[in-house]
Design a protein around this ligand. Structure first.
Ligand code: G6P
Length: 369
């Protein structure tokens, strides 16, 4: 194999541990303490972005989850409307494109058939322009886009995407900051968000140190058939990504819900056989999430909570496990909280003895429709 596994048992584990480097490579020469540098999206990129009135993000799989996080970020900090859609849905419907909308395709490979077809279709639909966020410079998606921002994850071999996701989030965070500054985000707030982003590699590095605890935790899942992931706000897509990782490589049926939807259905499934994994970073929604967790506990569900080091969550009261993470700030928390979920899926799959890097029925790049 051209890419070595080195000391790691699987490519996926190696790629999980490469994330601090992959993220810092993606940020390199694009942002410094003063802010995002000019024209990182290509020639005349800043001019085009200044005209943007809204964004449509299109992607598949894990890349789609990155797009969902970006919606929360861009709407909050740049105050621009964002819609996110899976490419296979977008391309077959008559989407309405408001004037001044930027089309964004997110793809690790740049060759996913539906994403590429969606991008080609977008040409007929009157967008302001197209932006590709991609990991492969010579790919079709990159070649056909007006603007591009490359993730610099390096080759990703494991079918289950890991470092592609966190580098996509890094690229989308740069886009968010760029748009936010152009649209007059308060300087102190902008500086704080830049500092958080620059700190992301170190926060991810810290999160990786949870591996021994996660190996222990993985034992609880080996004989399970189902799992439920909960998150709120920008951590709902993180819950989706955690559940996708688990189902892809361990073949355990997993679902993700925005925690507020719990009582509209999934609560009926909660009993002692259904572990519930909650992503609980600090933020205005923490108290709401805690009351969702009470609902799980009251039904005898086993809770596994990933919480900020400073979050006030009573360990005994969860009747489960709390793992503490220092997210390094609310903005970058979705990227940091994803890491332990990747590790959890990985170690559950290892214990179950599945083919981690090449899970059954799945392909790394889906170039057929
Ligand atoms: C496949 C892969 C996923 C990936 C998705 C989108 O399903 O198994 O890991 O997220 O395609 O791929 P892309 O290359 O477009 O990001």
């Amino acid at each position: 194999d051209a890419v070595e596994r080195g000391e790691y048992r699987h490519y996926m584990q190696k790629e999980i541990f490469e994330q601090p480097r992959a993220v810092s490579d993606t940020l390199e020469a694009r942002i410094n303490a003063q802010g995002v540098l000019p024209n990182i999206f290509g020639v005349n990129g800043d001019e085009l972005l200044a005209k943007v009135k809204g964004l449509h993000i299109i992607a598949c799989g894990t890349s789609y989850h990155a797009g969902m996080v970006a919606k929360y970020w861009i709407e909050e900090y740049a105050r621009l409307p964002v819609s996110v859609e899976v490419a296979s849905e977008y391309r077959y419907r008559e989407a309405v494109v408001p004037e001044g909308t930027l089309f964004i395709a997110i793809s690790q490979s740049g060759e996913t058939a539906d994403t590429l077809a969606a991008m080609r279709e977008s040409r007929r639909r009157g967008y302001l322009g197209t932006l590709a966020i991609c990991n492969v410079p010579e790919s079709s998606v990159v070649r056909e886009a007006d603007l591009k921002l490359m993730t610099r994850a390096g080759p990703e071999i494991g079918v289950a995407s890991t470092k592609a996701f966190t580098t996509q989030l890094s690229a989308l965070a740069l886009l968010t900051l760029h748009l936010a500054k152009q649209r007059g985000l308060d300087t102190a707030r902008y500086n704080d968000l830049c500092a958080q982003l620059l700190h992301m590699p170190r926060s991810i590095d810290d999160a990786l140190k949870l591996e021994p605890q996660i190996i222990e935790l993985a034992e609880r899942f080996v004989h399970r058939h189902h799992a439920l992931f909960l998150g709120r706000g920008a951590h709902y897509p993180v819950a989706l990504e955690g559940s996708l990782k688990l189902k892809e490589i361990s073949y355990i049926h997993a679902e993700a819900y925005p925690a507020g939807e719990l009582k509209h259905g999934p609560l009926a499934l909660v009993d002692e056989d259904m572990p519930v994994i909650a992503v609980a970073p600090n933020g205005p929604l923490l108290d709401k999430l805690k009351s969702n967790l009470q609902e799980v506990r009251a039904r005898g569900g086993e809770l596994i909570v990933f919480a900020d080091t400073t979050a006030h969550i009573d360990g005994n009261a969860t009747r489960g496990v709390i793992l503490r993470i220092d997210a390094g700030g609310e903005f970058i928390a979705p990227a940091v909280f994803t890491v332990p979920l990747q590790l959890l899926a990985y170690h559950v799959a290892v214990l179950r003895g599945t083919d981690v890097d090449q899970p059954r029925n799945l392909a790394k790049s889906v170039t057929v429709e």
